[in-house]
Design a protein around this ligand. Structure first.
Ligand SMILES: Cc1cc2nc3c(=O)[nH]c(=O)nc-3n(C[C@H](O)[C@H](O)[C@H](O)COP(=O)(O)OP(=O)(O)OC[C@H]3O[C@@H](n4cnc5c(N)ncnc54)[C@H](O)[C@@H]3O)c2cc1C
Length: 409
């Protein structure tokens, strides 16, 4: 049994964990930092399975953590990707109402975006048609966000890992955490067949879909649990008679933290449609029966039923409009609200599927909308790192570091 000592442990090598390691190593090159991930390679979960959209910061109510970090985070990540020569499509984004009743939300989003410091403006039907000739706006108006861009998430992750290794950050990939002693600041690890004890100065829990479970070991977050919502995508058949050069998003239901089925062009020339937001039967239940957690699924169904009963946050509307988008005809109907000419045979199944690490607050019976940071003994826990945590990661990491030192001094 070997003994290792490190100043900082980052548990979870997703975008949040790696951005934390990156910002920490930038501040103090003498810090010893160890990133631990249970998977043999980085990017196996949300950070490698998302839409790759660097959001401009339009949706989030001013004052929330999301609002505080999204605009800055997007600018910094974009500049970093450009500096690294990574593929990036600077294509902007159009947000269009699917029904005329949703037109009023455009003003609300415009106000929020401007208050958050995002560049955004209203456009008329003529400009909408110039930007998205094959799209539809129910009211004749839409929002235009010129700063939104799209990256290839896995390539971003791989380059970040490379830069971290060059800075001397250690990675323990494929490692299992067998025990945690928060008071002793120690982890018991199994890695490459060897057991070790890792002593740390501070631990950052950035384990995404598992973050609430780790937080509970530190005596935190007992009021909440994670509900996994699956995001399935379809690819647009390249032979389909459409020309999408920008993102096309619906006006979202602001009661739930999902942005709705949208059209996203990728830097590699492909066009994806999605993602859905359907209940998953396990936190890592990406396909079929893989990763099903029967107990969790039962609890999840109970939580969904309770949400339906209370109708907290307009939950019934979500259930009616989004919960069944795993069925192709219903997915197609949602997509047709934005792209009326779309037909079933234009959609090719996509390999990409992601699961949102969505936190559920059991006391209020609501889906938590904002990021949540919890502070425990020599540890900081990042809960609810849902969208736009990828976009915001650099600025979010700075905020987490600031709050963690405030909390521990
Ligand atoms: C379908 C979908 C589309 C999205 N689209 C966008 C988008 O366009 N733009 C955007 O900004 N955001 C988007 N998001 C959100 C974004 O992907 C996440 O907010 C972000 O990737 C979260 O990063 P993370 O590091 O917290 O989590 P993850 O990437 O899930 O990383 C967590 C890591 O922790 C590891 N881990 C878990 N448990 C343990 C353990 N016990 N020990 C060691 N390691 C462990 C996992 O293996 C994983 O590598 C989307 C999400 C989904 C699901």
């Amino acid at each position: 049994m070997s003994e290792i000592t490190t100043d900082i442990v980052v548990l979870g090598g997703g975008m949040v964990g790696m951005a934390l390691a990156y910002q920490l190593s930038e501040r103090d090159s003498d810090l010893t930092i160890t990133v631990i991930d249970k998977e043999p390679e980085i990017g196996r979960h949300s950070s490698g399975r998302n839409s790759g959209v660097l959001h401009a910061g339009i949706y989030y109510p001013p004052g929330t953590l999301k609002a505080k970090v999204c605009v800055q985070g997007a600018r910094r990540l974009r500049a970093w990707c450009e500096n690294e020569g990574l593929p990036l499509l600077a294509c902007g984004k159009v947000i269009a109402p699917q029904t005329s009743e949703l037109d009023g939300q455009l003003e609300l989003l415009l106000e929020r975006g401007r208050a958050n410091g995002a560049e955004v403006r209203l456009i008329n039907h003529q400009e909408f048609k110039q930007r998205v000739p094959d799209g539809r706006t129910a009211s004749g108006r839409a929002l235009w966000s010129p700063g939104t861009c799209v990256v290839k998430p896995k390539l971003v992750m791989q380059r970040l890992e490379q830069r971290l290794r060059e800075r001397g950050v250690s990675f323990a990939l494929g490692a299992t955490v067998c025990g945690v002693s928060p008071d002793k600041r120690q982890l018991n690890l199994k890695h490459s067949g060897e057991s070790s004890t890792l002593s740390y100065g501070h631990l950052f829990n950035a384990t995404g879909l598992q973050a609430d479970r780790i937080a509970k070991v530190f005596g935190l977050g007992h009021d909440c649990t994670l509900l996994p919502f699956k995001g399935l995508y379809w690819q647009l058949d390249p032979r389909a008679p459409f020309n999408f050069t920008t993102n096309l998003y619906p006006v979202p239901d602001l009661n739930v933290p999902f942005l709705g089925v949208h059209v996203t062009p990728s830097p590699d020339g492909s066009i994806s449609l999605g993602p859905t937001a359907i209940p998953a039967l396990g936190r890592e239940n990406y396909r079929g029966f893989d990763g099903i957690e029967p107990l969790m699924a039962l609890e999840f169904l109970g939580d969904l039923a309770s949400q339906w009963w209370r109708n907290a946050g307009g939950f019934r509307q979500y259930a009616r409009e989004q919960a069944l988008h795993g069925l192709k005809p219903l997915f197609l109907k949602a997509a047709q609200a934005l792209v009326p000419g779309l037909r079933s045979d234009h959609l090719i199944p996509s390999q990409k599927v992601g699961i949102r690490a969505q936190l559920y607050d059991r006391r209020s019976g609501t889906l938590v909308q904002d990021f949540r940071l919890e502070h425990g003994p020599a540890s900081t826990h990042v809960l609810n790192a849902i969208s736009p945590a990828f976009t915001a990661s650099f600025a979010l990491a700075d905020l987490i570091i600031k709050e963690s030192s405030l909390a521990s001094h």
